[in-house]
Every structure is written in C-alpha cells, then in structure tokens.
Design a binder for this molecule. Structure first.
Ligand code: FAD
Length: 380
C-alpha cells in the first residue's frame, strides 16, 4: 500500500502548518489558563477552508476524504492541541448526519458548519452511561407531531456554543435488543427546554468547550429523527469508525509537537559540561519517540485510507486509536521528563502537552474499549 501523499495533500499539510504556526502559539497559554477560545479564529479557519473538508461539495465542503481532515488535524495538534480541538471539533456530528441524515437535514446544517455560521455537538454520554452507551436513559417520546425529550448529557463538547446538537435518545425501551433501543434526534439548541452548563477545570484541551446538558420537555418535530428509529447504536458505531481516526491524527500531531519540544530543549540545555542531546539516554528517547510516531501514523493512514475506499475494518481502527493515544501520552511524558523541573512549570509548553495528551485515551472510546474491540475480532 502506498502512503505517499499527493501534491494536493502535501499542499494541505503545508497550508495547515503555516496557519497554525502563525496563529496559535501567541494565544495558547491564555486560552489554556482562562479556559476560553476566540471564535474569530474558528471563523478564519472556516474561511480558509480547513473546517469540514470531508463534507460533500454539494453541502459546501471540499468533498475530500477523512485522510485530508486527519492531515489538517495532525498539523493543528502538532502546534497547539487545545486550539486544534476548539476549531476542528465544531463539525463533530456532521459525519453521522452525512451518513444517515435526511436531505433536508443535511441541507440545513452542513453548509453552516463549513462556512463558520454554526457549530455542531453530539451528546451521547450521560452521568450513568459512559463506555456502555446502551444504558443511556435520555428519553424521546412521540407526542402528536413532536418528540418530547427529557434527560441529561455529560461532557458534551461544544454544548454551550453549538447551534445544533445530535442527541442519542432512548426511543424504544421495550425492544428486546439493547442495540435497537436508541435513536439520534437533531435538536436546534434555541429550542425551549435546552439548557447547557459549562464544565470548568478540565485537565487539558482547555480551549475547547465542554458542557453538561439538561433537556426538559424539549420538543422538536418528528422529522428531526436521524435515519431509522431504533438504529442509533449502529449509527453510532459507524460514526465512531470515522471520528476515531480524527483522534489518531490528534495523537500523532501532539506526539510530534512533544518530540519537537524535547529536541529543542535537549540541544540547548547543558549539564555535566555537555548538552542533554549528547547523552545516549536522550538520543534513545528521541529515537523511540520518532519510531512510535511513525508507527502510529502508518497505522492510522492505513485505517483512514481504508475508510475512504469504503472498507471498514473495526479492529484496524481500534488498533490505530488505542496505539496512537497511548503513544502520545508516552511521548508527552518523555518530553516533559527531558525538561526536568522546567517541564513542571506552566511557562513551558511541554506541561500543556502532557495535560492535553491524556484525553486521547479517554474520549470516543477508552483504550480499554478499543482493546475489547480488537480482542473480540480475534477471539470471537
Ligand atoms: C473533554 C471531554 C470531551 C468529551 N466529549 C464528548 C462529546 O462530545 N460527546 C459525548 O457524548 N461524550 C463526550 N465525552 C465523554 C467520553 O466519551 C467518556 O468520558 C468516555 O466514553 C468514558 O466514559 P465515562 O467517562 O463514563 O467512563 P466509564 O465508562 O465509567 O469508564 C471508567 C473506566 O472504566 C473502564 N471500563 C468501563 N467498562 C469497562 C469494561 N467493560 N471492561 C474494562 N474496562 C472498563 C473504562 O475504560 C475507564 O477506564 C467527553 C469527555 C471528556 C472528558
């Protein structure tokens, strides 16, 4: 398999890198400290065509593949993970809507995401339903021409900023299969009954908005159901098979950023009359990081390429997600260790990377869940 990037793909990488290097570094520490983000930066990224490149041209996107979205993600995360997340998570849910939404839903929502007019969020996790999403109890009950939604969602990225939220709701509680009980419903957040509360105090990716949602007798038309009733769990798995690739790209980008910080510091810092870079233990650390990064990148390129060819390999995607996330955490740890005490102070970027990395092993399927998918494929 040939993973040489085309000229167009290399141009995308260069443009994304230049944008991130030019815009992110001066703002990163402030966004991280204050848990804020400048939405103008997101709008500029939309204008420059970095947001939603995988969305069909018919809906204003570039009609490119997931690989191209991953390439942009990797460059943004290599410079500043928090800002990369704040900008690129604004389309979270568009993958599901593109696959299963009605023509009307797609025409209403997708063009706004690409042009910087709207942000989308997806609420699946609940206070008592995390890894086991089939336990989600937010209900959607039919009442005349409407769905009436009641419940709560936890950790919804962009829940305070979104114009639209896809909610994973219990619509068929009596179905004997727990995989046929839920449905996705598209909810405009200005609907009465939608309430969001910002979650402060995250360990990392603090420029990115995270919310707790309360849904209180919220009513939307029956036509806001996404796809077929009761198929939400299966839609979610198809969605994750795409979005987990974004996480792999986030991980590889972050690890690259951490390695670059490590190299810079190792060449500058002198102890025992020599630079840290002259010690073999340092050289081995850099060699290991470079190898892990390359291995993770090849794994996710293969997975993204397969998805873009219409071939879904669940185990391969799970391998890429688990491996790249753990690899990023390890690289950030080694990079901080190389900085010694300075790495522990917030003046140094490496401590932010160390904090930002951990989420990669948690969201969109914990590493334990990814290993469960891989081992089930092998063991049956
Ligand atoms: C910053 C942030 C952003 C997020 N964004 C979103 C979002 O936009 N939308 C959304 O819906 N959710 C979002 N999430 C939620 C995230 O996807 C969940 O936190 C994650 O799926 C884990 O669920 P949980 O936190 O309830 O942990 P739990 O499911 O309670 O798991 C706790 C631990 O137990 C382990 N565990 C659980 N079950 C098993 C098992 N069977 N075998 C072995 N180990 C097991 C897990 O791997 C984990 O280590 C976000 C979370 C964070 C922190």
């Amino acid at each position: 398999m040939d993973f040489n990037l085309s000229k167009e793909q290399r141009d995308i990488v260069r443009a994304a890198r230049e944008f991130a290097q030019g815009e992110f570094p001066d703002r990163a520490a402030e966004f991280d400290r204050n848990e804020t983000f400048d939405l103008e930066l997101w709008k500029t990224a939309c204008e420059l065509g970095f947001v939603g490149v995988f969305i069909d041209e018919k809906y204003g996107g570039a009609g490119l593949g997931f690989l191209e979205h991953c390439l942009i993600t990797e460059e943004f995360w290599a410079v500043e993970p928090g800002i990369g997340q704040a900008i690129l998570s604004t389309t979270f849910g568009s993958e599901l809507l593109s696959l299963f939404g009605s023509e009307e839903q797609k025409q209403e929502v997708l063009p706004q995401l690409v042009s910087g007019q709207a942000i989308m969020a997806t609420g699946i996790t609940e206070p008592d339903a995390g890894s086991d999403v089939t336990q989600a109890t937010t209900t959607a009950v039919k009442d005349g021409d409407s769905w009436v939604i009641n419940g709560a969602k936890m950790f919804t990225t962009n829940g305070n900023l979104a114009k639209y939220v896809l909610l994973f709701c219990l619509t068929d509680p009596d179905n004997p299969s727990r995989h046929e009980r839920h449905s996705f419903i598209l909810v405009p957040t200005d609907t009465p009954g939608y309430e969001s509360t910002k979650i402060y105090g995250k360990m990392g990716i603090r420029a990115s908005d995270t919310a707790e949602l309360t849904l209180n007798n919220l009513q939307v038309p029956l036509s806001n159901l996404v796809g077929e009733q009761g198929r939400g769990f299966h839609q979610l798995m198809a969605f994750f098979n795409r979005t987990r690739l974004h996480i792999c790209a986030q991980a590889v980008g972050l690890a690259r950023g951490a390695m670059e910080e490590a190299i810079r510091h190792a060449k500058a810092r002198r102890q025992f009359g020599a630079t840290l870079a002259s010690f073999q233990v340092t050289q081995f650390k850099i060699a290991e990081m470079a190898t892990w990064i390359r291995a993770a990148r090849n794994l996710y390129y293969e997975a993204a390429w397969s998805v873009d060819q219409g071939k879904i390999d669940h185990a391969l995607i799970a391998m890429a997600k688990w491996f790249s996330a753990e690899m990023a955490v390890r690289c950030a740890d080694e990079a901080l260790q190389l900085h010694g005490g300075y790495g522990y102070i917030d003046e140094y970027k490496v401590q932010r990377l160390y904090r930002d990395a951990k989420i990669l092993e948690i969201y969109e399927g914990t590493k334990e869940m990814e290993k469960t998918i891989i081992s089930r494929t092998l063991l049956g």
